[in-house]
Write a protein that binds this ligand. Structure first.
Ligand code: ADP
Ligand code: MG
Length: 326
């Protein structure tokens, strides 16, 4: 019997049947590229897990998209100033957490960013001048997270002003990455990476037992590497001006808008936040970007288990105390 057992083990080994392998898949979701990397035993198992992960991403997109008129989020927006909307506990909790980050960052990250009136001026690479500051201020008049009223008892969300709109542009990919990571972990995947348009959730180790090595993109050149980090069981999110930006009078402006002034942010090339939750990292990266170097770092230093580093316009790196870049 023992001999037979040893023989089976040997055969499995020869054919590498019980060996762990690395699998990847790519998907186009939320207008971004999502990439899943998992370590599991065979392709059948990997195919099943990848499909589950993709479906989870699509499910979240359908819930939080402000473009899809059928989404729960659109219903809240459509009934702004009219009546409270009952939502799933999942969306209620997400909005609650968004409101908390809005408060924590004193509105630098604002869940009602969608109220930004971009009819007044369109932000894109064709922009040749900054909008007039009075017009810009007018465009953000309706951004105010305090206008989002949450009623926990009946799970309703009410937007007090008829022009208030909520949107998850600055947190949606992080939220999706976090949820997909949880799902895969619950399915027994011991190790993997969820890359949601550059927002990374990483858990476990590589097959050889080493930590995962991830690359931080160079804020000037998206496809080149600025630095490598060796990590496991953490999330890394970068908000940068390498994707959507405008260059006006030689100054690069990002697509992140200061909700107080209505003007795009300059002076910071990228903000990378590292903590154990991708959703929080995503929201904080946007918040720090808006707050600027010193207030941003001060905020992150107050949060336990959260670190960040900022690359400024002159390529100087500013970071919280525990960061070790290679
Ligand atoms: P990326 O999309 O490059 O990962 P972010 O996570 O920082 O970057 O999200 C930027 C998006 O968030 C913008 O395209 C816009 O939809 C939204 N946004 C911009 N400024 C703010 C803000 N101050 N608060 C909340 N959302 C914002
Ligand atoms: Mg963000």
């Amino acid at each position: 019997m023992r001999k037979l057992f040893c023989f089976i083990i040997l055969v499995l080994d020869i054919f590498n049947l019980n060996a762990q392998q690395i699998y990847t898949s790519e998907h186009s979701i939320m207008g971004s590229k999502f990439m899943f990397t998992i370590i599991c035993e065979d392709k059948t198992q990997s195919d099943r897990l990848m499909l589950m992960a993709e479906n989870e991403a699509k499910r979240i997109e359908n819930k939080i998209s402000s473009w899809n008129p059928q989404s729960e989020t659109s219903k809240i927006n459509m009934l702004a100033g009219i009546e409270p909307v009952q939502v799933s506990s999942e969306l209620f909790e997400l909005i609650n957490r968004c409101k908390n980050v809005s408060e924590l960052s004193q509105g630098a990250f604002d869940i009602t960013y969608g109220s930004f009136n971009n009819d007044l001026w369109k932000f894109n690479t064709n922009m040749k001048s900054l909008p007039d500051s009075a017009l810009a201020k007018q465009a953000v008049e309706k951004i105010n997270y305090r206008n989002v009223i949450l009623n926990e008892e009946d799970s309703t969300i009410y937007l007090k002003d008829k022009e208030t709109r909520i949107g998850f542009g600055a947190i949606g990919k992080g939220y999706a990455a976090e949820k997909i990571k949880q799902l895969l972990m619950n399915e027994g995947v011991k190790s993997g990476i969820v890359n949601a348009g550059g927002d990374l959730a990483v858990w476990g180790k590589q097959i050889n037992g080493e930590e995962w090595t991830i690359a931080i993109a160079n804020p000037d050149l998206k496809h080149s590497v600025y630095s490598f980090l060796k990590i496991s069981n953490t999330s890394v999110v970068t908000s940068g001006n390498y994707e959507k930006y405008a260059i006006i009078d030689g100054v690069k402006y990002s697509h992140i808008i200061n909700p107080k002034t209505g003007l795009p942010i300059s002076g910071v090339k990228s903000v990378t936040v590292i903590c154990n939750n991708t959703e929080l990292a995503d929201a904080l990266a946007t918040a720090v970007y808006v707050m600027g170097i010193n207030p941003g770092i001060d905020l992150i230093e107050q949060l336990e288990g959260v670190e960040c580093f900022i690359i400024d316009q002159k390529d100087k790196v500013h970071s919280t105390s525990n960061i070790k870049l290679q």
